[in-house]
Design a protein around this ligand. Sequence first.
Ligand SMILES: Cc1cc2nc3c(=O)[nH]c(=O)nc-3n(C[C@H](O)[C@H](O)[C@H](O)COP(=O)(O)OP(=O)(O)OC[C@H]3O[C@@H](n4cnc5c(N)ncnc54)[C@H](O)[C@@H]3O)c2cc1C
Length: 387
Amino acid sequence: MSYHAIVLGLGAMGSAAACQLASRCSSTGKKILGLDRFHPPHTFGSSHGETRVIRQAYFEHPDYVPLLKTCYDRWHRLEHDYGDTLLQQTGALMIGPENSDVVAGSLRAAREHGLPHQLLDAAELRRRYPVLRPPAGTMALYEEVAGALAPESCITAHLEAAAQAGAELHFSERVESWTADPGRDGVTVRTSAGTYQAEHLVLAAGAWMPDLLYSAGSTEESRLQADRKVLLWLEPEGGERGFMPHEFPIWVWEPEGEYAFYGFPALDGRGGGVKAGLHTNRDDCHADELDRDVHGEDAEALYKLLRQFIPRLDGEILHSTVCMYTHTPDDHFLLGPHPDHAQVTVAGGFSGHGFKFSVLVGEIVADLVLEGKTTHPIGLFAPDRFR
Ligand SMILES: Cc1cc2nc3c(=O)[nH]c(=O)nc-3n(C[C@H](O)[C@H](O)[C@H](O)COP(=O)(O)OP(=O)(O)OC[C@H]3O[C@@H](n4cnc5c(N)ncnc54)[C@H](O)[C@@H]3O)c2cc1C
């Protein structure tokens, strides 16, 4: 069976790519095939756990800001087509010493792009958000447009739209290897169920990208690394009062000399707890050998920070889950043509901050596959930059 394009992986990025490709090919007779080893949305990769932060004053690099502005527009469009809320605006605080990456980086992005924001000192933070205990010298950038995406619903919305536009989606079918056909514009993909041919291949395998970035037989090293991340839902001491969405925003906090940690307001209301996790710790792993159990020492690393900075979150764990980041050496994405094969497009290495972009990644992948270029600024993400 032959297709115009095969999308390998139907998580956050692959579902969006399949949706865009199928919609744009629906009247042309070009067939799109999507393959996933599980049935997304699922809890085995990088896109589960109820919420993902979206924000614009992007401390990681100001070049993300134009993309983020487009993302807001595209999420609202998808929300409209899907008929249910995907993005809940909550506001967010980027907290730390003035010269921390989180504070200085957000401020730089906000200033370079003229984004509305407020700067709060420790006293003002304590006054507005009495549950926080910022040490003297702490600063925070508050951004009102920040909010939370519902990742499982976003993936469902993209997969439903892809299927409606005629994409063929195969679940519980594992890709074993792929090869780019020399001398012609094509690829061959071998799975647990068969062999497929296509003109283009999109690699969107999340934490499994280290094994799949290069074709069968290549000795090239991917330079991608999966990293185990633990999420906890904590019962605040004294209940959710003070953490409810009308009085408390998302936070990312980088205390002096500590890991950055983050969390959400109590979006599930009373009894639902407050979700929090560590961001910059490293626990490198292989996606097939991930330890999915949460241990005492996992929780302790987060509790240590919470006891000091948000002490009421030193409460019971209501539930927990394990997720994976997939790092590149510089923590910027891999998005663009494959270093070796023009007929292969790479969407991987999202380094723990990709979800908010997935709706636009789908559009960019479709541009690259169908037009060979995109007008969106993706220069920071060139997949061949580590060569
Ligand atoms: C704890 C945590 C918190 C995060 N917080 C944020 C946040 O607040 N904001 C934000 O923007 N981002 C955040 N991220 C990052 C973001 O969620 C990821 O960048 C994004 O979800 C990655 O999407 P993906 O499509 O690459 O991976 P996935 O959604 O995991 O999809 C990859 C898919 O490929 C499939 N696959 C893999 N191998 C094969 C194979 N051999 N054959 C067939 N299918 C295969 C998998 O089954 C999977 O469905 C967070 C991530 C984690 C883990």
